[in-house]
Write a protein that binds this ligand. Structure first.
Ligand code: ADP
Ligand code: MG
Length: 236
């Protein structure tokens, strides 16, 4: 079953002085449950493509079907509703709220999803437990290591039970052990809950784990490799 279908997606950044053709006629289909990485050099358009797929930004032209809905013609409000309900985000710089504890950070997104407070708290606690952070639930981000903060970010991304998690260079600021640990967690969530994962990364650790590797170069997909494997767990 198809989760994401892009047809002739273009993105042109322009202002008064110049314009830059960032994504060029991208055609791409991603199935539900796939574990995919978009690789490619810096500046090739990975973040721009992820932002469009994650409904944080709009393409200049082309058609985008997300979970069978044509999102290319929707209003920003309608897009925001779909984003909150169906998509989780993990960023390179974690982007946790510094004044909220791990538990409160995990609960945060669910506030927008209309769940009542008790259910939110319960769901957040379960989610933190599933990422191995139950003991640290009352710590603030500054009291957690980089790897732990990124696990909170994953908990936050999955707490509302999204269909898709988009992760932009999620391991870029992590040491090897934390990176492998985080990847194991995402592989497990993919396997156990069927969440579709889409990463951008030029980290070989991420690329080796993926089921499918797309190479982006100058705004075009120059290769699309589906490996004959499930996403890999690595013994630590
Ligand atoms: P990557 O994530 O692969 O490093 P990006 O998607 O961030 O690449 O950027 C691709 C290209 O688009 C870069 O040349 C970048 O400078 C340009 N770009 C990204 N965002 C904007 C923007 N808002 N305005 C103008 N140019 C942009
Ligand atoms: Mg980027």
């Amino acid at each position: 079953m198809t989760m994401i279908s892009l047809t002739k997606i273009n993105k042109i950044f322009s202002d008064k002085h110049q314009s830059f053709h960032c994504l060029k006629d991208i055609d791409l289909t991603i199935d539900k449950g796939e574990f995919t990485v978009i690789a490619g050099p810096s500046g090739s358009g990975k973040s721009t493509l992820l932002n469009i797929i994650g409904l944080l930004d709009k393409a200049t032209s082309g058609t985008y079907l997300f979970d069978d809905l044509d999102v290319s013609t929707m209003t920003n409000n309608a897009l925001a509703d779909i984003r909150r309900e169906k998509i989780g985000f993990v960023f390179q710089a974690y982007n946790l709220m510094p004044v909220l504890t791990a538990l409160e950070n995990t609960e945060m997104i669910m506030e927008f999803c209309g769940l009542d407070k008790k259910l939110r708290r319960q769901r957040a606690m379960e989610t933190l437990t599933s990422v191995g952070l139950a003991d640290l639930k009352d710590r603030f981000p500054a009291q957690l290591s980089g790897g732990q903060q990124q696990r909170v970010a994953v908990a936050r991304a999955i707490a509302a039970q999204p269909l898709l998690v988009v992760a932009d260079e999620p391991t870029a600021n992590l040491d090897s052990h934390s990176a492998e640990n985080l990847l194991n967690l995402m592989v497990k969530l993919n396997h156990d809950l069927g969440i579709t994962f889409l990463f951008s990364s030029h980290d070989q650790r991420v690329i080796q784990r993926a089921q499918r590797v797309l190479q982006l170069q100058d705004g075009q997909i120059v290769s699309d490799e589906r490996k004959d494997q499930q996403p890999k767990l690595v013994a630590l």
